[in-house]
Ligand binder design. Structure first.
Ligand SMILES: [Zn+2]
Length: 111
């Protein structure tokens, strides 16, 4: 079954358009997906195969991303993401108390 997550629009720094960002509850980082055309509409839900680190259960399950009205730049400030060293551990299927604290953060649920 797909995992439901909140997505936030991120204006492309190199031109027009937006990407969709969501905070991955396994990888503890923000994944980025393209948002062609109407997929970037607030309130829409779009299913994607997430760009997860190896070993993530979400890779097979997929995610349903619901686009929220809060800009990514604001949503990003509400959670703490994994450091590169923690991402390396997650990639190896390892964890730590700090990684589990990252995973236990409340899901981003801004409007
Ligand atoms: Zn992920």
């Amino acid at each position: 079954m797909t995992k439901k997550v909140n997505g936030y629009l991120h204006k492309n720094p190199m031109g027009d358009g937006y990407s969709v960002r969501f905070f991955c509850p396994h990888c503890c980082i923000w994944h980025r997906h393209g948002a062609p055309g109407g997929l970037a509409e607030i309130g829409n839900t779009t299913d994607r195969a997430p760009h997860c680190l190896p070993g993530s259960p979400l890779r097979d399950r997929g995610v349903d991303i619901t686009i929220r009205s809060t800009p990514f730049e604001k949503a990003e400030k509400t959670v703490k993401a994994a450091t590169p060293a923690q991402q390396s551990m997650i990639r190896q299927g390892r964890s730590s108390a700090a990684i589990e604290r990252l995973r236990a953060q409340p899901a981003v649920t801004l409007p």
